[in-house]
Design a protein around this ligand. Sequence first.
Ligand SMILES: *Cc1c(COP(=O)(O)O)cnc(C)c1O
Length: 361
Amino acid sequence: MQRVYNFAAGPAALPLPVLEKVKEELLSYGQAGCSVMEMSHRSKSFQEIADRAETALRRLMGIGDDYAVLFLQGGASLQFSMLAMNLAARGDRADYALSGNFAEKAYEEGLRWCEANIAASTKEDSYKGVPELSAASLSEGSKYLHLTANNTIYGTMYPEIPKGLPAPLVCDMSSIILGREYDIKDFALIYAGAQKNLGPAGLTIVIIRRDMIRDDLEDSIPTMLRYRTFEKSGSMYNTPPCFSIYVAGLVFEWVESEGGVKEMERRNREKAALLYETIDASSLFAGTAASASRSIMNVCFTLPGEELTSEFLKFAGERGLCSIKGHRAVGGCRASIYNAMPLEGVKALADCMKEFETKKA
Ligand SMILES: *Cc1c(COP(=O)(O)O)cnc(C)c1O
C-alpha cells in the first residue's frame, strides 16, 4: 500500500529513511541477533544506542554539560506535575502563561502542588495569540515561569521566547523541539513528548540545567518523580522506553544529515508560509491564529460550516492527504507539518485547497 501524506498532530509522521532503517534492523540490530525491543537495557548494545541518541541531541540543540538530558516516560502530561514537584516546594509561588489547552493543564497540575499564578493569558481571546509577558506580571519569589513554546491545538507559537524575566524559564516544547532554533541558555528546563517531532510515543525528553535539580525534596515525592533519580542513573533507574529511544536516536541522526535544526527551521517556515499564503488568498478558508503568533508546526484553519469541513476532509483524504481534522476542542482543520513532512506534501495540500475552492465557487 502507498504511504499517505500524514498531517497528524501526534503521534505524527516519521522520516521515511528512519522507518526503513528500523525495518532493516528489526530482526537483528547489528550483530546482536535480536531486535532492540528484545535486548536488555543494561546491554552494551543498548547503552551505545542511548549514548548515541543523547550525544546527537546535545549536538543538535547545542546542549552543554551544565544541562542534563533525561529520557523519561509518562508523556509531556506527567511533566506538568513532575516539574512543579521538583522545582517548587509546597507554598512556593510559580508563574504560568496560559496560551492554550496544554498550558492550562500544566497550570492546573501546578495548582495541585504549589501557589501557581496566571502571569498572563489569552484565554479570553480564545487563544488566538500568545500572551505578552513582563517582569511586572510575575509573582514575587517565583520559582519558575512556565511557557508552551508552540500551542499544538490552536496553531500558535511565541515568535520569540521572552527574555530577561526574573524567573527561570520552564518550557513545554512538545510540538516544536528541533523544529526551530532556540538558545538552550534561555531555559532552566525544557520538556517534550517525543511523538510529535522526535520519534514514537512513550519517550519524554527533559533537558534540565543541573543546578535546578534539587535534593531537598519533600520525602513524600516518589523516587520515580524525582529528576535526580534519572540524572544519577543515566535515565536507567528502571527500564527506559528502549525502542522509542532507539528510533528517536535515528531521527536525531536524520535531522543532522539533513542539515540540522537550522535547516529544519528554514523548511518549516517555507512550508508554513505556503499554507498561510493559500489561506490568506482564499475566500473559503480562514486562518484561526493571529498573524503575529502563527505556528510554523501546526496550521489551523476553518471552512464555513461543518458540512463543508467534512466534505473538504474527505476530498483531501481521497488525495492521500490525511489526518487534517482539527482537535476536538476547537474543530475545523489543522495541518501539522513537523520536520518529517516534506515540502511536496504541503504543496499537495495547498493545491488540494485551491482545487476544492474552485470546485465550490
Ligand atoms: C501533545 C502535547 C502535550 C501532551 O503530550 P503527552 O505526551 O500526550 O502527554 C503537551 N503539551 C504540548 C504542547 C503538546 O503538543
